[in-house]
Ligand binder design. Structure first.
Ligand code: AMP
Ligand code: MG
Length: 412
């Protein structure tokens, strides 16, 4: 486990990511599932192609299947059309010398033919077709096994299945796949000020939003969720919640209670129940974070502020969960350089994650700030479509500077 960070030391975002990712390996367990249930989950084994894809040489165009040897390089060729090949209905005969078969996209290339001339290039008159010079042997033919040869690895273990992967597996005629077990994630919010929705809001209370943000982010990752509700700042209740969660789940995610101002017993308790480090990260928002283990479960103690929860989740927790889910390699962070359409000052020494909006102005793509940037302001998070990431050494942004953005689309 990573060491406790001591005193006033700040840990950089990059160091925290490495400490987290280096200490984790995939959780065990797999199961056979029907192909649709594989969506969002991670392949436990390689999927090999049991057959060639495509299964047979076929036409990439509507047109005429011909023999290249019958065509001329400098004169029009005249061929006799002897039949038709449709997708799903192969032409039963062969294409002989001087002959052509009308062929549709996806139809198997008839015996004897080796080339397809697209219909727009050919001229048809009754049973004859006239082919202009300049055709290339093999053109418009998709070869058997061109996408995947029988026996080759179609999808490697560790691949998370999205729509394209489901289609690819189906194209191989495979109905069931072996997926890693879904990761079990228990999560709860801490704080005496928190009311759950459905309850009236007493004086000084606020509604718990973090559990809903986390529910959304975790559901998108395909985790099995154990929502443990709101736990008050009460030692006995918190201890019971941590112990229950550590028995039931692979991962525990909490929000609140890890900043210095909080009742110390939450931090003491996490440390007593397991092996937990408390970090002061050199980032904004999301400075405090706890990371470690309680029993067999990995613990992420996120800060309480709603935007800080989302920033720490996306910058640290998501890739940790993907690692535990067995995703390999981790998807790249997807950062892009974009021109800033705003100006701001910033102290050096910490990474700032701003909420931004990608737009176009007269000069091309640019990014602007999406409203108030306070760490409790969920509205601007909702109106944003990217993080603007200002590195530690940055001391400010002028309009026109190039900044790094991470689009939300694709984060999960
Ligand atoms: P804490 O980290 O517990 O000191 O909380 C920091 C700030 O976030 C405080 O203003 C809390 O009221 C707020 N907060 C903590 N947990 C939640 C939550 N689950 N939903 C909304 N706000 C929260
Ligand atoms: Mg609190």
């Amino acid at each position: 486990m990573p060491q406790f960070s001591s005193g006033d030391d700040f840990l950089s975002a990059a160091a925290a990511r490495s400490l987290i990712l280096d200490s984790l390996s995939p959780a065990g367990g797999w199961e056979r599932v029907a192909i649709r249930a594989a969506l969002g989950r991670v392949l436990a084994h390689d999927v090999r192609a049991p057959c060639d894809v495509p299964a047979h040489d076929n036409s990439a165009m509507d047109g005429y299947a011909v023999r290249a040897a019958d065509l001329s390089s400098d004169a029009e060729a005249t061929l006799a059309v002897t039949g038709t090949a449709l997708a799903g209905h192969p032409f039963p005969g062969a294409v002989g010398t001087g002959e052509a078969v009308r062929i549709m996209t996806g139809a198997p290339i008839p015996q004897g033919a080796d080339t397809v001339v697209m219909q727009e290039a050919a001229r048809r008159e009754q049973e004859d077709v006239f082919i202009p010079p300049g055709q290339k042997k093999g053109q418009n033919v998709r070869r058997a096994g061109e996408d995947l040869a029988a026996g080759s690895i179609a999808l490697a273990a560790g691949r998370r299945c999205g729509p394209a992967e489901l289609g690819l597996i189906a194209s191989l005629g495979i109905a069931e796949v072996t997926m890693r077990r879904r990761l079990r994630v228990a999560f709860f919010s801490t704080g005496d000020e928190l009311a759950s929705i459905g309850q009236p809001l007493a004086a000084g209370k606020i509604y718990d939003s973090n559990r809903y943000t986390l529910f959304g982010a975790l559901s998108r990752l395909g985790c099995e969720l154990l929502d443990m509700g709101v736990v008050p700042d009460d030692p006995a209740a918190l201890e019971a919640a941590f112990v229950d969660a550590s028995r039931a789940a692979d991962v525990i995610i909490t929000s609140g209670g890890v900043s210095v101002g909080d009742a110390d017993f939450i931090r003491d308790m996490m440390a007593r129940l397991g092996e937990v480090s408390f970090w002061k990260l050199a980032i904004k928002p999301g400075r405090p974070m706890a990371f470690g283990r309680i029993g067999g479960a990995v613990l992420f103690g996120l800060p309480g502020n709603p935007v800080a929860v989302m920033v720490s989740f996306y910058q640290f927790v998501q890739d940790a969960l993907l690692t535990l889910m067995g995703v390999a390699p981790l998807p790249p962070a997807g950062r892009f350089a974009v021109r800033a359409g705003f100006a701001m000052r910033k102290p050096a020494g910490r990474v700032e994650y701003l909420r931004g909006r990608l737009q176009h102005d007269g000069a091309g793509p640019c990014v602007t700030l999406a409203g108030a940037q306070g760490s409790g302001v969920l509205r601007s998070m909702s109106e944003a479509d990217c993080f603007i990431i200002l590195p530690e050494d940055c001391t400010g942004v002028q309009a026109g500077d190039i900044v790094s953005v991470q689009p939300f689309n694709g984060l999960a």
